[in-house]
Design a protein around this ligand. Structure first.
Ligand SMILES: O=P(O)(O)OC[C@H]1O[C@H](O[C@H]2O[C@H](CO)[C@@H](O)[C@H](O)[C@H]2O)[C@H](O)[C@@H](O)[C@@H]1O
Length: 242
């Protein structure tokens, strides 16, 4: 079972640091993990998501799959994190300098990527934030890629790696590639589409969200199924954990 974090295990809230998992969801995730392998595949920094979940013994693919860790083996990300550390640090510094003074703009550093949030910024300031991000993309052309998310720009090294590649890698590393195993992926945001596409024909993709949510407007998805809310996710995982 591959689980995204924000928007799947916790509702979207104004401030990233307030997205703490509920006691009920934590219990269900733990119960499920006693029945089958559970991996958290998130845009979050790995250590941060472990803290928000209050669980540190699950496989986690943090920073959009760049930073993969298992309780048994520790880091299994090859040199992906180390290779891009200087780039990520330089871009994070620039964002802090150029965006830090814009009210409501938040720069969220991670081990292998960086996010710029504009949910709390005035609409008039959002263009300024987008301009800074576009400027950095031009300056680091070929080195940096930007993926939009829910009121956020996700900046990561421009390599052929994403949540979909991370899920396929985990299936291999964790020996889950057997005929009797069906990988299931739950996600809500644009970066989860890579995972839905990767599992097409070999697993099940479940989009979490509602068509009438303005942040989902115009989205197409490669997922086959839909759950409409975090509450529905909890009921679904509870049924699976029985
Ligand atoms: O891959 P995920 O686990 O879904 O993480 C995606 C990003 O989620 C977080 O940002 C989003 O959720 C915040 C808390 O609800 C919200 O305030 C923000 O507007 C959303 O974009 C997280 O902060 C990012 O680092 C993740 O990449």
């Amino acid at each position: 079972m591959f689980l995204d974090y924000d928007g799947v295990l916790t509702p979207i809230v104004p401030r990233p640091e307030d997205a703490v998992i509920s006691d009920g969801m934590r219990t269900v995730v733990r119960e499920l993990a006693s029945r089958c392998p559970v991996c958290v595949v998130t845009g979050r920094d790995r250590a941060v998501v472990q803290q928000l979940m209050g669980i540190d013994d699950l496989v986690v693919a943090g920073s959009h799959g760049f930073d993969i860790w298992t309780p048994q083996r520790g880091s299994v990300s090859d040199d992906r994190v180390a290779r891009f550390a200087d780039l990520v640090a330089a871009v994070t510094d620039r964002l802090r300098t150029e965006i830090g003074a814009i009210p409501g703009a938040l720069v969220e550093p991670k081990r292998a990527s960086v996010a710029v949030h504009y949910r709390l910024a005035e609409p008039a300031d959002r263009n300024r934030i987008a301009t800074v991000v576009q400027g950095l993309l031009s300056e680091y052309r070929g080195e940096l890629k930007v993926t939009p998310g829910k009121m956020v720009y996700e900046l990561a090294p421009a390599v052929d790696w994403d949540k979909g590649r991370a899920v396929l890698y985990l299936i291999e590393v964790l020996d889950l590639d057997s005929a009797g195993t069906v990988p299931v992926y739950l996600g809500d945001d644009i970066t989860d589409e890579d995972a839905f596409r990767a599992l097409r024909g070999r697993g099940i993709g479940i989009l979490v969200g509602r068509a009438d949510d303005p942040e989902m407007a115009g989205r197409t998805t490669a997922a086959e199924f839909v759950l409409s809310s975090v509450d529905e996710v909890e009921r679904f995982l509870t049924a699976l954990a029985r």
